[in-house]
Design a protein around this ligand. Structure first.
Ligand code: GCB
Length: 583
């Protein structure tokens, strides 16, 4: 559970002092910088950031003399010794705030710290945060007066049964301060959240959450002639009587939006589109839209490191765009804000997901509480993004009463925080040789779209029966294949019967495409409303140990870990180009 943290949106648009760069670090596998020999909190822990004051002063650590790691960045790829490391690393940075700003209200904002972190200023513990991919803020007003201060962040990426994710995942458990850290300055009264979007019926709706005494909030959208004080209802929500041009996938119209309240001002660029379902179709701006997608991990296009920032986002989207997508699945956790902003600019729809993945302790209340916190961090950050059409609760979880209750609670909360988008979760399909695939996971009743991960021709099933496989559900809702695919090592060639060859992978894609063509809901032939195959790029995964072929990488990418195209890339690209030419 989080202590001392708040959510803060529109951070990239605010007055900030970047704390990115080199931080001194101490690697502490036994966590003795925090816990004493009798398991009690060690009051003389590393967070005190002491330096010896006289020759007899025994201080058994020294941040100043310790090595550095670059923030943002994972520790695993910055220091070979930390490649597989799972445990605590202490980050320390000295900060001084310019004298004219030291008395301002300010927050420390951390884009992401995987997984659990504790924040200390001048030795005082001021916050704890759980969840490795969600942004969070800690108020530090009055703590950073004239002079130099010590900022210490303990980051711990151990896998634990009651964390989200928990013990096992098919991706690298990159540890560290993996996204930017900033000091964010705000006026005494400010807008913690200010968002605007379009509801499925075309109304422009939004909300504002103030921190401080009530003050009028002014909203300007010059190109729509909007310059009004918004009338907030008791929930802080409002509605505007305007008819903007639509943001479309492929034609992303964005408007300048300015929020002002007392001395606070936020400028944003926002698009407006509707999204809803109609039977088995997904409808965007009133048009049935087949989702030509691809899944992505938050791993940089080159170097096998955790991605962060605008440049990494642009590089990943360049490849996705070349594939001809109108949709990306940002798997399996909350991606960087730069990703959804890039998607907004490029006109690509997004699926945003929580790391509720495989074996989660669904029976524990504090685990659900943390999932709800992570959900709130995600939705409050991104609910002005036109590109985002899905909130996904989970990936491949085993059906059962506790799991159903847990995911239903998440879906309910998502709809409360944001009733304008679709809610889903990627479901597990179990091995079967049946050509009639009937998916009846009860969660289908809760979600808006039935998302199915299926590996016909790879983990189970025969390739030659894929094209004639038919999919059905009892729910009458759209089906999307959030995963399908096969492994191939780039440059490894042979016949399409030889596993790990590019030819084998391309043949699976060809068979899947034939099957999907015959099941498409937009052409009235079935329930399939889109796909996001697994996956854009080969990505690091410690569970992928096959020498020569895998060497620590999941090889289901359409491009290698260095971005080289495999044959299947072209197969999918042609399918997407063909669909587009028929629209
Ligand atoms: C899945 C998981 C994904 C894995 C993938 C695979 O079903 O959702 O995280 O990476 O399969 O390659 O096995």
């Amino acid at each position: 559970m989080n202590v001392g943290t708040v959510t803060l949106s529109n951070v990239l648009q605010r007055d900030r002092l970047s704390l990115d760069g080199d931080w001194n670090v101490i690697v502490d596998p036994y966590e003795m910088g925090y816990i004493g020999i009798l398991e009690q909190r060690n009051d003389r822990g590393f967070f005190r950031d002491h330096t010896p004051r006289h020759p007899g002063d025994r201080v058994e650590y020294d941040f100043d003399a310790s090595p550095t790691l670059t923030v943002p960045g994972d520790w695993n790829t910055q220091d070979e010794r930390l490649h597989y490391y799972e445990g605590t690393v202490w980050y320390r940075r000295k900060i001084s705030v310019p004298a004219d700003r030291a008395s301002q209200r300010m927050y420390l904002h951390i884009g992401a710290a995987n997984h659990t972190s504790r924040v200390f200023v001048d030795g005082d513990e001021i916050a704890t945060h759980a969840g490795g991919f969600g942004p969070f803020a800690v108020e530090v007003t009055g703590r950073l007066g004239p002079g130099e201060h010590s900022l210490v962040i303990q980051v711990d990426n151990r896998r634990e049964r009651d964390r989200i994710p928990a013990m096992r995942s098919d991706w690298w458990n990159f540890g560290g301060l993996t996204r930017s850290v900033d000091l964010v300055f705000v006026p005494n009264t400010f807008m913690r959240h200010a968002w605007i979007t379009m509801a499925p019926d075309g109304r422009v709706v939004g909300g504002v959450e103030l921190d401080g005494p009530p003050e009028p909030v002014r909203l300007q959208i010059p190109e729509l002639g909007v310059d009004d004080v918004v009338e907030l209802d008791s929930d802080g929500r409002f509605e505007l009587d305007v008819t903007p041009e639509r943001w479309h996938p492929g034609a992303p119209r964005l408007y300048d939006v300015r929020w002002a309240c007392a001395d606070d001002q936020i400028d944003d660029r926002v698009g407006f589109r509707t999204v809803e379902t109609d039977g088995e179709r997904i409808v965007v701006n009133g048009e049935t839209t087949f989702l030509r997608g691809i899944s992505m991990h938050a791993e940089a296009l080159s170097g096998g490191r955790r991605s962060h920032g605008a440049d990494d986002a642009a590089a990943l989207f360049d490849v996705a765009e070349e594939l001809g997508v109108n949709f990306v699945r940002l798997a399996h956790y909350q991606h960087d804000e730069h990703m959804v902003r890039e998607a907004d600019r490029r006109g690509i729809l997004t699926w945003c997901e929580l790391p509720v993945y495989w074996g989660i302790a669904f029976d524990q209340q504090h685990v659900l509480d943390n999932a709800l916190e992570q959900l709130e961090e995600l939705i409050t950050r991104d609910r002005s993004r036109a590109s985002t059409i899905f909130w996904s609760m989970a990936n491949e979880t085993l059906p059962g009463p506790e799991r159903n209750a847990f995911l239903t609670a998440l879906a309910d909360r998502a709809r409360l925080l944001d009733p304008t988008r679709l809610v889903s979760a990627a479901l597990l399909t179990l091995p079967t040789a049946d050509e009639d695939q009937h998916v009846d996971d009860q969660l289908g009743e809760v979600v808006d779209v039935v998302a199915i991960n299926q590996y016909l021709g790879w983990y189970y099933g025969q390739r030659d029966t894929i094209p004639t496989t038919r999919w059905s559900t009892p729910f009458g809702k759209p089906v999307i294949f959030t995963e399908m695919g096969a492994g191939a090592k780039h440059g490894h060639h042979g016949t399409d019967a030889e596993i790990w060859t590019e030819e084998f992978q391309a043949a699976i894609y060809a068979a899947q495409i034939e099957m999907i063509e015959a099941n498409r809901s937009d052409t009235g032939r079935g329930a399939v409303a889109g796909l996001s195959p697994w996956i854009l790029k080969d990505f690091r995964a410690p569970v992928r140990v096959l020498p020569v072929i895998q060497d620590g990488y999941n090889r289901k990418g359409l491009v290698s870990e260095e971005g080289e195209r495999k044959l299947a890339f072209e197969v999918l690209r042609r399918f997407y180009a063909d669909i587009e030419s028929r629209i």
